[in-house]
Ligand binder design. Sequence first.
Ligand SMILES: [Zn+2]
Ligand SMILES: [Zn+2]
Length: 89
Amino acid sequence: MVIKCQHEGCNRTTVVECIKPELAEYPGDLHALEEEARRKLLAQYVEYYCPEHCQAHGYCWNCGFHQADPANFSVEGLCPNCEGKMELP
Ligand SMILES: [Zn+2]
Ligand SMILES: [Zn+2]
């Protein structure tokens, strides 16, 4: 199955798995679920966007995690966490 960017009008198939912020509010214990049940549940909390459109939807294109504050993104569209990792020592 080919996955396309979910941004309207975008047909790119190179996509990032983006984790919806709602997953953090999931009331149960993910690790207590069986593999199959966990995969089904996670599928409801994932969106797919190409690296170009991740930021427009609030996601870091590198790690796929949602950023509460869009001002957190670097010019490259990275979240503070990923930007820190990519800096050369
Ligand atoms: Zn796109
Ligand atoms: Zn990131």
